[in-house]
Design a protein around this ligand. Structure first.
Ligand SMILES: [Zn+2]
Length: 267
């Protein structure tokens, strides 16, 4: 398996993300070169967490500390013991202290050819943007695709695209009006917007995994070319904030105004 990257972020619940990380480690090390067989010695050892080349790192008293990352850095330079590729799986990676993340960053910038680091996280906001930008992001937390029509999703995406380009103030009020007058539920639109920015993040980190809104691929790459990883994460924050406002029955006009202004500010 040559197409396995040196660093990933797997988003999702601990259980989902850990299952996918083990699958990736099995795929890279399977003795039968199947994808993966699940039965060979290597696949079974990985499944049972006893493979010497698959190292699990967990938070120690609530944090992954710099000492644990230093240990990883010393170990990562060594060749695999019996497998083809070593894996370092960091559980609840968002509990890494800032010092731990900065130490890890150096390894991500200068990767080893026979090793892969997988960060499992349910909260990407606590990872520093420089770490995120060095990893391929895969999102396993996503539910099914939005029920909004392709035309609606296309139009919403176009409206949002205005916020990453230069927009005059009068245009914002026109767009706010358009969003307020839509028949679809604000909650549903915001959930779509969140999935869209997740896709932009995936595209930005060159992940090979399919995005959710595949039919909006060209517009997603436009966003990705305009926004930094940090701006994408801040955009997600803005959208989540308005989703909370909708759920507490906020004023619709104000929600769309705050969303568009907020998105414009992060650029
Ligand atoms: Zn196997």
């Amino acid at each position: 398996m040559n197409n396995i990257s040196h660093a990933y972020i797997f988003l999702g619940t601990e259980e989902e993300a850990a299952r996918e990380a083990l699958k990736l480690a099995q795929m890279a090390n399977c003795e039968d070169n199947l994808a993966p067989c699940g039965f060979c010695n290597s696949c079974r050892k990985i499944q049972n967490n006893v493979h010497p080349d698959v190292v699990h790192i967990y938070p120690e008293s609530a944090f992954i500390k710099i000492e644990q990352i230093r240990k990883l850095i010393l170990d990562i330079a060594q060749k695999p013991v019996e497998g083809k590729r070593k894996f370092y799986i960091l559980h609840q990676a968002h509990t890494m202290t800032p010092q731990a993340q900065n130490a890890l960053l150096k390894t991500l910038e200068d990767p080893f050819t026979e090793s892969t680091v997988v960060l499992l996280s349910s909260n990407i906001k606590q990872l520093i943007p420089t770490v995120i930008s060095r990893c391929q992001v895969r999102d396993f937390s996503q539910e099914e695709k939005s029920s909004l029509s392709i035309d609606t999703r296309q139009r919403i995406a176009e409206i949002l695209l205005h916020t990453v380009q230069t927009t005059e103030l009068y245009e914002i009020s026109t767009l706010v009006k358009e969003l307020s007058e839509r028949d679809e539920k604000a909650e549903e639109i915001l959930e779509f917007i969140i999935s869209l920015y997740r896709d932009v993040l995936v595209a930005k980190t060159n992940s090979s995994v399919a995005v959710i809104n595949q039919d909006l691929e060209s517009i997603i790459s436009k966003f990705a070319s305009k926004l930094t990883v940090k701006a994408i994460i801040m955009s997600l924050d803005v959208a989540y904030e308005q989703l909370r406002a909708v759920k507490s029955r906020g004023n619709k006009n104000l929600i769309w105004y705050n969303l568009l202004m907020g998105l414009e500010e992060v650029v």
